[in-house]
Design a protein around this ligand. Sequence first.
Ligand code: SAH
Ligand code: SF4
Ligand code: F3S
Length: 490
Amino acid sequence: MDSGKSTVKYGLGKQKDNQLCGNTDNLIMNDWAEFVRNINMEYTQKTGRTRKFRIDVFGCQMNELDSETIAGMLIEMGYQEVTDNSPADIIVFVTCCVRENAEERIFGHIGALASECAEYGSIIAACGCMMQQPHIIEKIKKSYHNVKIVFGTHNIQSFPELLYTYLTKGRRVFQVWEKEDRIIESLPVKRAEKHKGWVNIILGCNNFCSYCIVPYVRGRERSRKMSDILNEIKALADDGCKEITLLGQNVNSYGNDLGEKDLFAKLLYAIEDIEGIKRVRFMTSHPKDLSDNLIDAMKNCSKVCNHIHLPVQSGSNRILKMMNRKYTREHYLSLVEKLRTAVPDIAVSTDIIVGFPGETEEDFEDTLDIVRKVMFDAAFMFIYSPRKGTPAARIENTTPPDSISQRFKRLSELQTGIATNLAKKLEGKTLEVLVDGLSKQNPDMFSGRTTTNRLVNFKAAHAEKGMFMDVEIIRAGAFWLEGKGGNERG
Ligand code: SAH
Ligand code: SF4
Ligand code: F3S
């Protein structure tokens, strides 16, 4: 079984390509990386051991992809990855600040490393969304002394330079760019998986939903060039990748900043021609920008999976307006109908926030109602968390926390019931699954995903990561399906 764990890949090939396209950023990055590599080689010659790294990643798929880039850089710099929590010379935190509990957890994890740092001389580097907030930087400077290197979402490419500075000068280095710069292509990436991969298509967000911190920490929308994206996907396919997930805070606005309309639909059609890629997923789609052209593309493109993640956030028009979401519940329902007409067995998943400031019982009933009407295959539900600097954080929240918890409980019970009933209809059916390896919940089973993104754990005589298999569903629950047997698809 090939875990694909040991390779370092460049989006467009190595330095040769950078020189051809005159990408000086990356040459500079490579220079710093080489300086660090030399320091590490000397260390290995002296001590007989290779320096190790570990990455702790929080938040969304954007961070997963950033952490693959950071791993790629560290391997370039002569470090070796440890994945099993064993001691490392450098531990990198890729952080998230979308809700307060994410931040609290991260500080908890950093604090818990004090003894590892004291015993082994480990250092901590912190990057990602949370680092874009000045009050967090102050807190780290003051209270978290084992954090030696800090950078933000806009200057991930500075990491080798900062690490070099720390290693040679021995002082803490903080460098967070306030503003986004142009996109830097071809940073090294160590893909976590070979058979499936994330591909950024648009960075940042222009939507400023009133509760959300993301536009402040990830900057404005910047689309990658279509040719860069297609080249990256071709390189992934050549390397054995079967499924790609196109990433953006709002993939539907892909190309707007390049002055092109409906470029996302065109991108989906273009990917159809890439041999080797069998499945295409994308996230996230903002309902206000889900065009008819895109729905047509989903219908016409055979590789696009039968699944859409379409965050509704609330079922109340009054709250949607306060959230600055720019659509109504009626519009949302009409989109779901159009999607189901175009792609009859499409699965729809969503995000919902409970307890937005000023949410009344009536508003909440509207959310329950839209959940009943749509019957989501899956829903990620969150209790509203005020984020410093966002407009919603200035609105007083008068609903008692107990009522909010009660609402959350009612919503999750309703949703679990709906998801279970939908899943039960799959019992006895045979579904195509892309195998991800051994199941996390049941290590004596394999696990994989259907085109509708349902998790299937199944027993089979033989299965391998990256295989497409037909699996018979024998039991179904809200969160995963149990299957048996399985023949590889021809
Ligand atoms: N760009 C994506 C996802 C952004 S963050 C989108 O627009 O859908 C993922 C989810 O976190 C959001 O969809 C929202 O449901 C939730 N979220 C964002 N900010 C939040 C906050 N302040 N409190 C609670 N949940 C929040
Ligand atoms: Fe946040 Fe809204 Fe942008 Fe999504 S679309 S990242 S919820 S501001
Ligand atoms: Fe979190 Fe940043 Fe993603 S705030 S959800 S990691 S874009």
